[in-house]
Write a protein that binds this ligand. Structure first.
Ligand code: DAH
Length: 342
């Protein structure tokens, strides 16, 4: 069939381009070029009127056949290219199974929380309740009600974070004693855990640290009760073998006052680096609640007596786990914290 050379030429080029199209968009360009509204083949059909009448049916038929042929070829090629593009898209998304996995580390309770929980548990076992107070305090609760004299150095801006002349970040948990005693009548048996703040920073002092305060007020509460309670605490915390000793001390809010030491659980008391060869480790301050403090909260010191203590949680944790730098607690180094996972 000797066809029209123009139709044949369009057909040949279009078929070659369809076969060579590497993407659906390249294929679409071929379709538009040939079959689009101003496409090559479309133009031939439009010019049909200029073809001599005798040739018109044959020529029209030829163009239409070429058009049908191209439409069919385009469709086949489109299906193939779509499938190929889909396959490539999937390939691009495929996870790389050779990548090494990311380990999910088990969480660990922070060593300070761990020690704090342990302290609370020991005193809860003795029937003590837990209460908390504000970290921003007034001079009254932090100092005055606790029988601090007006010129006590702790009241100085150098030692305490003051927010104003009268408000400050509490320097100890002792103000919670005052708040609790004002709110309740004896018998009172409490521990008060919480954050405390002082202008102090070196390897054993942090500007923010934690204390646990203890308080027992009732009729006939004695220094012996205090010592027995603290001895029980020390054995639960550091081991059944430890003993406790009192050293006379001074706090404005207790009289008499005592610092409590536990026998060094590292060397058994014979002297080592942990206890600096002394055989003893200082763990807390304590004493019998001063009569002025009892009066300040509306208790009658002739009727009730009480004892109190305050201990540093960081200090207990450092001793217990032989940690020699307090900053380790706050740097969040996983190599340190991970050692407490279990
Ligand atoms: N508040 C004291 C301090 O921060 C610790 C303390 C000592 C608390 C004796 C007490 C106590 O309740 O009786 O150093």
């Amino acid at each position: 069939m000797a066809g029209d050379p123009r139709v044949q030429d369009i057909l040949d080029r279009a078929l070659a381009d369809i076969a060579g199209a590497r993407s659906t968009s390249a294929l679409e360009q071929v379709r538009v070029r040939v079959l689009g509204r101003s496409g090559e083949l479309t133009a031939l059909l439009r010019g049909l009127g200029k073809v001599p009448a005798a040739d018109r049916p044959r020529f029209g038929q030829e163009v239409n056949r070429a058009k049908e042929r191209l439409e069919a070829e385009l469709e086949v090629r489109l299906v193939a290219l779509k499938a190929e593009e889909h396959r490539q898209a999937l390939q691009a998304q495929r996870p790389d199974l050779t990548l090494t996995g990311r380990a999910i580390l088990p969480g660990a309770v922070h060593p300070l929380v761990r020690v704090l929980d342990e302290i609370i548990e020991i005193f809860a076992g003795l029937g003590f309740s837990v209460a908390e107070g504000p970290e921003v305090e007034t001079d009254y609760y932090n100092f005055a009600a606790l029988n601090f004299p007006d010129d006590h150095p702790a009241r100085d801006m150098q030692d305490t974070f003051h927010l104003s002349a009268d408000t400050l970040l509490r320097t100890h948990t002792s103000p919670v004693q005052i708040r609790t005693m004002k709110a309740e009548r004896p018998p009172v048996r409490y521990i008060f855990p919480g954050k405390t703040y002082r202008r102090d920073a070196d390897i054993t002092h942090s500007p923010m640290f934690h204390q646990v305060e203890g308080l027992a007020v009732d009729t006939n509460i004695s220094l012996g009760d205090l010592k027995g309670t603290l001895e029980h605490f020390a054995r639960e915390m550091f081991g059944a073998g430890v003993s406790l000793r009192f050293r006379p001390s001074f706090f404005p809010f207790t009289e008499p006052s005592a610092e409590a030491d536990v026998s060094c659980f590292a060397c058994g008391g014979s002297g080592c680096r942990l206890c600096k060869q002394s055989g003893w480790l200082e763990i807390l301050g304590s004493g019998m609640v001063h009569p002025n403090v009892l009066r300040n909260v509306g208790y009658d010191p002739e009727e009730v007596t009480g004892w109190a203590f305050g201990m540093g949680v960081e200090r207990v944790a450092m001793l217990k786990y032989r940690i020699d730098d307090i900053r380790l607690f706050f740097e969040n180094d996983l190599r340190f914290l991970g050692q407490f996972a279990s």
